[in-house]
Design a protein around this ligand. Structure first.
Ligand code: SF4
Length: 257
């Protein structure tokens, strides 16, 4: 982890959810557009720029990876429902509202050529939200949804900046993959998903379909391919079980071009 650990912990686990409605135009950044199509040389320069954006935003590592090295597995689609994720059926971007199809997931992913994989290290103190019996205690607590929503905004917000930059560079199909329920990430201030109730999302420009259902990517295998060691998190694994030199992390992935 780079920088002031206390400050990062606060930004990662305690940041405010967005408000519905159009953004304030005075806060929209100026991004000059590029000519389409771009050259291969320009594309390579863009990919390096995106990795640098992620590092400048506080990612701990960012790698440019060819799409054919990203592993997919049909069983990823099942993991949302068997056993059921506590968020199963609670937001418009998750199953059963959206269900995946492995053949389509392969077609979608293979339509891209490049991706930027990035990792964001988790401060040890933040592990209580994701591993050990304290995780159950935390889930009962409203602070848990705020912490998990904050973490999603913190990690995937960095990839959203790359998606936006890539769009104006002419890579208009660029997509930043988001995990987990957008109910926590965006609708934390509300009790339920508006899209499931009345068919209209509160955050149409932000909410993403579940990456598990749409791209069926095996992220742990991807981490292994990148030589990023990973240990399973869960209620039975104590933070003390991890080797002292092990640095837990979250993975982000932006598909480009
Ligand atoms: S209304 Fe909220 S929970 Fe529902 S799909 Fe939109 S962002 Fe997700």
């Amino acid at each position: 982890m780079r920088g002031n650990a206390e400050k990062i912990f606060k930004e990662m686990f305690d940041n405010p959810p967005p408000k519905p409605g159009l953004p304030d135009e005075t806060r929209i950044p100026h991004i000059p557009p590029s000519r389409i199509p771009c050259t291969e040389e320009a594309l390579q320069s863009h990919l390096k720029k995106y990795a640098q954006i992620l590092m400048d935003e506080g990612a701990d590592e960012a790698r440019i990876v060819p799409i054919e090295t990203i592993p997919q597995d049909p069983r990823v689609i099942l993991k949302c429902s068997h056993p059921k994720c506590p968020s199963y059926g609670r937001s418009g971007s998750c199953p059963p509202h959206i269900t995946g199809d492995f053949q389509k997931a392969k077609e979608f992913l293979n339509a891209y050529a490049w991706a930027i994989a990035y990792r964001v290290d988790i401060p040890r103190e933040g592990l209580k939200y994701f591993t050990g019996p304290t995780q159950i205690e935390e889930i009962r607590n409203k602070k848990y949804t705020h912490a998990v929503g904050s973490m999603s905004r913190y990690v995937y917000g960095k990839g959203d900046l790359v998606e936006r930059a890539a769009f104006y560079d002419g890579h208009y199909f660029a997509v930043n993959c988001h995990f987990g329920p957008c109910l926590y990430e965006y609708c934390e201030d509300f009790k339920d998903c508006q899209e499931m109730k009345v068919g209209i999302c509160r955050f149409p420009f932000k909410a993403k379909p579940s990456v598990e259902q749409f791209f069926s990517i095996d992220f742990l295998k991807l981490a292994a391919n990148l030589n990023w060691d990973y240990y399973m998190l869960g209620p039975c694994a104590l933070p003390a079980d991890f080797p002292p030199e092990y640095q837990p992390y979250f993975i982000g992935l932006v598909l480009v071009e």
